[in-house]
Structure formats: C-alpha cells, structure tokens
Design a binder for this molecule. Structure first.
Ligand SMILES: Nc1ncnc2c1ncn2[C@@H]1O[C@H](COP(=O)(O)OP(=O)(O)OP(=O)(O)O)[C@@H](O)[C@H]1O
Length: 478
C-alpha cells in the first residue's frame, strides 16, 4: 500500500504523522485522503478503531496550510468527550502550522466560547446543540466561509435517538456555505446513506471497507447467558476474574441508563474495584475527570452509558462488558469497538438474559458472525449471589436518598429552557398530544368495529339468501 507521501500529503505533514506513530496509512486513510485533497466530498465507512479521524484531519490540515484562515473547517460530533479527542488530533498533527482550534460543547461556559469563536479559530469542533445555540444567539462569528464541514459519527448525528440533533443541524446547515467540501465518517453509515447523500451533494466519493464481518477480526466476541436476577453477581465475578488474571487490563462496562450506571459504580466501589462512572447526568467537569482517571489507568474500570459508546479511543481497554444487551446492533458495534483498536486484541462479553435472545440474533445477523459462549463456573457465582443482591439493594436505597430521579427531571427542564422551550408548556403539549392520540385511536377502533359489524351483517344476509335458495331448490325437486 502507498505511503502517506504517495497519497499527496506534504512532507511536513508526513513527518508529523510519523512522529505520532502513523507511519503507514490505514485502508480508510489510503482510500479517502486522495479524493479529499482533490476537492471531492467524501463518505468513509470503516470499522471501529481503523483511523477514520486522521483520514479527515490530515487532508484538512494540508488544505489549511495552503490557504490558512479562520474559520476554515467545522467538525460536528455527537458527544462532548469526542469533540475534545478530535481537537487533540488536530492540535498535535497541526502543531507545525500553529493551528488554532476551538471546542464548542454543552456544559461549558458559553461566554468564553463566544469569545473564542470571535477570534476566528482555524477549526471549530462542536456538538450540534451548543453550536446551534451560539448561532441563534450571537453574531460575533460566521461560518459562511468554511471550506470543510465534517460530520464524525455521521449516522448518529442524523438519527433521532435519545438526543435528537436534527433541529440543531438545520440551524447549522443554514449557516454554512453550499459551496463546501463535506466529509462524512462512521463505522455504521449504511442505513442512513440516503440522508447523508443529501448533505454531501457533489457526487461524493464513497468508500466502505470490503470485509463481510462488520466488527474487527482481533475482537473475541462472547455472550454469557444469565438469568436476570443473577446478572450482577455474574458481573462482579467476571470483573474479579479479570482483575485476578490481568492486573493491567482496563475494562469498560456499558449499561442502559444513567441510574443503573450510577448504581453499578456504587456497587463496584463496595467490592473495592477501582471504578469511575460516565453518564450524561454528571456535571461536565465530573465527566472529564472520570474519563481522565480512566485514560491514565488510575482507575481501571469505567462504567458508562452509551455516551461513551462511540469514537472514544483508549488503547489500554482490553475488555468491554455489555451489562445489558444493546437493543440495536449498531450500538453493539460501537460499544465493542472501544476495544481491539488499531490492530490490538480485545474481548467483548455481552450478558444475555432470557428476554434478550432475539436481540443477540439481530446483532449476529448484522455483524455477520456468531458470538461464542463465554463459560463460567456457576457455583462461584452462586456463592456471592446473596451478598451482591444485598449490596445492590443498599446502593439503590442510598441513591434514592440523593433524589437522583428528581435531579433527572430538573436536568430535563433545564435542557428545555436552554433550547428555548417552556417546560410547563411542553408538558401541556405532551398531555394534549396524548389526549388527541387517544381520541384518534378510539375513533379508529370505532370505525373498525362498525366496518366489521357491517361486514358480518352482509355475510349473514348472504348466508340467509343462500339457505333460502337451497331450500327453494330442494322444494322444487321434491
Ligand atoms: N496510520 C495509522 N497507523 C497507526 N495507527 C493509527 C493510524 N491512523 C490512526 N491510528 C491510531 O488508531 C487509533 C484509532 O483511530 P481513530 O480513533 O481515528 O479510529 P476510528 O476509525 O475513528 O474509530 P471509531 O469508529 O471507534 O471512532 C488511534 O489511536 C490512532 O492514533
């Protein structure tokens, strides 16, 4: 495969990449850097940990070096932590340029951000919500001259998940010029392909890695069939086993809700495991601190919601445990992709209860391979079952005393206010909508019932007619 130089990158950039350990391009870089340098829009779909970030950072830096001005490039990404990680790559690779970057994410001081934006940084890396807030509320900066728009984890930015970015994207897209280069990257682009093509309008170059299996080869993927009520005991035993056998391994445990994440973290601490939690109900400072402690291996266990499932690049992660089976195969792909990155090995274990078997089938169908069973000595687990369940109950009670649920409600209201919505009005609207929906459903049911009754009546009439005809015919014969 060609080196970075042959792809068209300038010697200073090749040298800089090499200094950071990027000596040969990965396939997604080899495929996407040349068309990007030629000025084409580009969509790159490659497996997790395959170097998609440098695939867009390198050509953008080269173009910036040829015509440096601010604001030259806008990168959108779904999470705050990911924005910092991408900015770091721009910073280290663009050091010889004296690159000025600016990170615009929620949970941080808006005034300081507005000032940063007005200083015309070369690259802005943002989460859509906060950038849209700035666009709505200030005119101290303009995105009208950007050359590059990048959507990292592009499919997530377009889908309407628990955080819906579509409204904010509309605001942002209205603020950027139509004549721009658009670069879209993700490990899972395919099911949003058509919407994405609407964003990259200039006959985009599309590249997808050619492998049948959608997860990386070096990843050992297992499932562990566990009854729901002993799930936590299995988890504790699993972690204990990994800690005993591989002291230096880092582990990420994914779970489905902020509350579960918090409880599991409290439980881990009770069992003396060095764990930190990362979820969206923590303050941004706490989120950064947790991630920093985990990245520097001060704490070897990270318990996270899906806020950490995409993009995070932490080379020391050897194990991913799914405490809940992900409801969508795509979420599974990103979660397990936090290990076995850049050619390293890793293991992913998914806890599967009796209610989740169909989810595993859907995952296997998508990733085009079967998960293997992870065997475990049940006797060891049963030995700690009561203790683990008691600890969970105690942690739940402790958490309830901190008004965690109430805080969640307050956060939701705060978010609405930030979005310019009135929470009470929204609540009323929601109730009204539910009432209308209920009424519509009742109406539909009534129509259905009337139709059915009519059909039955017609049938009965027809039947009666037929019987009468038959009786008549029988009378004639006799
Ligand atoms: N050419 C290269 N040679 C060696 N290592 C590389 C190369 N390019 C990138 N890497 C390293 O590979 C790791 C993963 O890269 P990156 O985070 O860009 O992956 P990704 O494809 O964006 O993954 P995800 O889909 O999970 O976001 C990083 O640590 C990065 O430094």
């Amino acid at each position: 495969m060609a080196g970075f130089r042959e792809l068209g990158l300038a010697p200073w950039l090749v040298a800089q990449a090499e200094q950071l350990g990027l000596s040969r391009p990965t396939p997604v870089q080899a495929a996407c850097i040349p068309p990007t340098l030629q000025g084409r829009d580009c969509m790159g779909c490659a497996k997790t940990g395959s170097g998609k970030t440098a695939a867009f950072v390198l050509p953008i830096l080269q173009k910036l070096s040829e015509d440096p001005y601010g604001i030259f490039c806008l990168v959108l990404t779904p999470t705050r932590e990911l924005a910092y990680q991408i900015a770091e790559q721009f910073r280290v690779l663009g050091k010889p340029l004296g690159l000025k970057d600016c990170i615009i994410v929620g949970g941080m001081d808006m005034v300081a951000q507005a000032l940063d934006l007005s200083r015309k940084p070369h690259v802005v890396i943002a989460t859509p919500g906060r950038l849209a807030d700035h666009l709505r509320s200030s005119n101290t900066f303009s995105l009208k001259k950007i050359k590059f728009l990048v959507l990292d984890e592009a499919d997530r930015l377009l889908e309407q998940g628990c955080t819906d970015f579509t409204k904010d994207l509309e605001v942002i897209l209205a603020a950027v010029p139509a004549a721009r280069q658009t670069l879209l990257f993700s490990a899972t682009l395919t099911d949003t392909l058509n919407e994405l093509k609407g964003l990259a309008m200039n006959k985009p170059f599309f590249w997808e890695s050619q492998s049948e299996v959608r997860t990386v080869e070096q990843l050992d993927q297992r499932y562990l069939l566990v009854p729901e009520r002993v799930k936590d005991a299995y988890l504790v035993h699993l972690i204990q086993t990994f800690q005993d056998q591989h002291e230096d391994w880092s582990i990420i445990i994914f779970t489905n809700t902020c509350k579960n994440c918090q409880i599991l973290n409290m439980m881990m601490k009770r069992f003396n495991f060095p764990s930190v939690a990362l979820h969206s109900m923590l303050k941004q400072k706490q989120r950064f601190a947790a991630l920093a402690k985990f990245k520097s291996s001060v704490f070897k266990i990270l318990i996270a919601t899906d806020v950490a499932s995409r993009g995070l690049d932490i080379p020391t992660v050897q194990v991913v445990i799914n405490h809940n089976t992900p409801g969508l195969p795509k979420i599974y792909i990103h979660r397990v992709g936090r290990t076995a990155r850049a050619g390293r090995h890793g293991i992913a274990i998914t806890l599967v209860t009796q209610y989740d078997i169909h989810l595993v089938h859907a995952i296997e169908e998508q990733i085009k391979m079967k998960l293997q069973e992870f065997s475990m000595e049940e006797r060891d687990v049963l030995g700690i079952l009561t203790q683990v369940n008691v600890v969970r109950r105690e942690c739940e009670i402790k958490l309830e005393a901190t008004d965690f649920d109430e805080k969640k409600e307050i956060n939701k209201r705060k978010q609405m206010i930030l979005e310019g919505k009135d929470p009470d009005l929204e609540e009323k609207r929601k109730t009204e909508l539910a009432r209308i929906k209920k009424k519509n459903n009742e109406f539909r049911a009534r129509v259905q019932q009337t139709l059915q009754e009519k059909q039955e009546l017609q049938m009965r009439r027809k039947l009666r007619k037929r019987v009468r005809r038959q009786q008549k015919a029988a009378g004639k014969e006799s």
